[in-house]
Write a protein that binds this ligand. Structure first.
Ligand SMILES: O=C(O)CCC(=O)C(=O)O
Ligand SMILES: [Fe+2]
Length: 297
């Protein structure tokens, strides 16, 4: 494998894009039935977002980033589901801002991918013309007896409590996914249940970054799992409850997530956010010490 230099600077030293506009034309348009489905259910599944050539290209890049643990010293590479100590193999390694690290470290240009053009176009249909890119991240589930589910959560529970979001997460499968290796699962209509629900850190451990909604059994009576072929994607609203199972297969499960938002507004009062305020993760410490101050997408 090609060696990738691990940086020791904060984000000022990275190549940030001049524009977030896609450089390719989209090749997909949603039907009005698909838009209606999303509005009603808070998620949508699409079997073909990108072709296998692009999947192979992105997967190759992805494996380099994860092998090099890019972003570790900035708090942008960590274990989502454990205390994230250096001496243990990560259960669910997560990389924030692959577009920024990829551009500088491996020449990856998110903005010229078909994945970005198609995801942007679809999110504009779901959210409106003023849609903008909010950021990206990637979660790898290695094949392991220790693999864990990503608990039921709403993405907005991770974000700024002074803002109210209209946002969509695009979760791209970089190999086929099924319930067995950790495809996305959703609670239909949960995005319309009101404000962000109370959450807690995994196992109520403040050293773990991953969040779980309180009393998940109250919400999980109807679950829709979304298996996908390689290059397929799901789209979910930031208040849609979602989950992925452990990876029980013999291959890694790689997912790339893009976040788009539209008309984010300031709240009159900040919402409840105790679950983030009481966190004491090493990820947060590394981010502070390195001077990284881009909010996690
Ligand atoms: O891939 C996973 O395990 C979870 C992904 C997720 O929660 C997201 O992309 O919002
Ligand atoms: Fe999520």
């Amino acid at each position: 494998m090609e060696s990738v230099k691990n940086p020791h600077q904060a984000q000022d030293h990275f190549v940030l894009p001049e524009s977030n506009q896609p450089l390719k034309e989209p090749t997909i348009k949603l039907t009005s039935e698909q838009v209606d489905f999303f509005r009603t259910n808070g998620f949508l599944s699409i079997d073909h977002l990108i072709d296998e050539n692009e999947v192979t290209y992105i997967r190759d890049q992805y494996d380099k980033w994860f092998a090099a643990k890019l972003g570790r010293e900035h708090g942008n590479f960590f274990d989502l589901l454990s205390e994230d100590t250096d001496d243990r193999e990560a259960v669910a390694p997560q990389l924030l801002w692959p577009s920024i690290y990829g551009k500088t470290m491996t020449g990856f240009d998110l903005y010229s991918t078909q994945m970005y053009a198609n995801a942007y176009e679809i999110c504009k249909s779901l959210l409106g013309e003023a849609t903008e890119f909010k950021g990206d991240h990637a979660i790898l589930k290695p094949p392991s007896a220790n693999s864990l589910p990503t608990p039921w959560h709403q993405d907005e529970a991770y974000w700024d409590p002074t803002l109210s979001y209209e946002s969509v997460g695009v979760w791209v499968a970089l190999q086929p996914v099924s319930v067995e290796n950790g495809c996305m699962q959703f609670i239909p209509g949960s995005h319309r249940a009101g404000d962000v629900l109370p959450h807690h850190t995994q196992n109520n451990n403040p050293r773990i970054h991953g969040l779980e909604v309180d009393t998940p059994s109250e919400y999980t009576k109807e679950i829709v799992a979304c298996p996908l072929p390689s290059g397929g994607a799901t789209f979910h609203h930031c208040r849609t409850l979602h989950y992925t199972g452990a990876n029980a297969s013999a291959e890694p499960r790689r997912a790339y997530t893009l976040q788009f938002q539209c008309n984010t507004t300031k709240r009159e009062q900040p919402r409840l956010n105790t679950w983030n305020e009481t966190k004491t993760t090493d990820r947060e410490r590394r981010a502070k010490e390195s001077g990284w101050n881009l909010r996690a997408p």
